[in-house]
Design a protein around this ligand. Structure first.
Ligand SMILES: NC(=O)c1ccc[n+]([C@@H]2O[C@H](COP(=O)([O-])OP(=O)(O)OC[C@H]3O[C@@H](n4cnc5c(N)ncnc54)[C@H](OP(=O)(O)O)[C@@H]3O)[C@@H](O)[C@H]2O)c1
Length: 227
């Protein structure tokens, strides 16, 4: 993928990995990025010539997603980054948290990919990148809802690949290990910086990778978990 011909949309761009992905895309010369978030926010000035356009978007809201396909009709690269990690084991997680994890990590990601696949095809092709997790490939019992949702999202990613095989839309799966963001606050783990993970993700996309293992832990464990 050529960075200088790419128009990107990043969900959950207001903080954490999403904000770092916007920065990495700008640094690699992507000229236009839609930085989507649930509420208005101010991104730092990355000092590049990239046009970063804010887009209000809750991925659980079907009408907002439909509007986004009109407002961002020139997109060629969708990065499904928005995610939610409720705490709780299988017996302690609430039904509400389980539903929320599925609603954001699985259905929201599916909704965005379904809506933007035809947009990307119309624009001459490009890619959909689903930010999954190493936890999509191995279970994390303290995060039962997240594990279930991220496993299901990996299954759905593979189904999109099959479905879009005859099109010019590539479907890329990304499996990070721990990242030092709000999501992992208070969880002891090896955590990579969001900037380093984002740079690896953008490098992998531009290189044409199909699976991306963007940090040390992920690169060590991911390929064998994938089988
Ligand atoms: N942190 C890790 O260790 C880790 C490891 C592997 C994979 N990941 C994945 O990396 C991605 C980014 O995570 P992160 O670490 O940056 O988490 P984070 O710091 O908690 O940020 C989550 C982002 O998702 C957004 N979001 C949540 N629900 C949304 C919705 N319904 N619609 C739109 N945006 C929504 C949040 O927006 P608000 O600010 O409005 O809440 C926020 O921008 C997630 O998919 C996560 O599963 C993270």
């Amino acid at each position: 993928m050529k960075s200088d011909e790419t128009v990107a949309l990043v969900t959950g761009a207001n903080r954490g990995l999403g904000q770092s992905i916007v920065k990495a895309l700008a640094e690699t010369g992507v000229p236009r990025i839609y930085a989507a978030s649930r509420s208005p926010f101010q991104l730092p000035d990355f000092g590049s010539t990239t046009s970063v356009l804010p887009l209000e978007l809750d991925i659980t809201d079907a009408s907002q997603v439909a509007s986004a396909t009109s407002l961002a009709s020139d997109v060629t690269l969708l990065i499904n980054n928005a995610g939610l990690l409720p705490r709780g084991s299988a017996t302690s997680v609430s039904e509400q948290d389980l539903r929320a994890a599925i609603e954001v990590n699985l259905i929201g990601t599916w909704r965005m990919a379904s809506a933007f696949a035809p947009v990307i095809e119309t624009n001459g092709g490009g890619a959909i990148v689903n930010i999954l997790s190493l936890i999509s490939l191995h279970n994390a019992p303290p995060f039962a809802a997240y594990s279930a949702a991220k496993h299901a999202s990996w299954a759905m990613t593979q189904s999109f690949r099959d479905d879009l095989a005859g099109t010019r839309v590539r479907v890329i799966a990304c499996f990070p290990g721990g990242i030092d963001t709000d999501m992992r606050q208070g969880v002891p783990a090896i955590k990579a910086t969001p900037d380093s993970v984002a740079s690896s993700i953008v490098e992998g996309i531009m290189r044409g990778d199909t699976e991306i293992f963007p940090d040390h832990v992920s690169a060590m464990q991911g390929p064998s978990l994938l089988g």
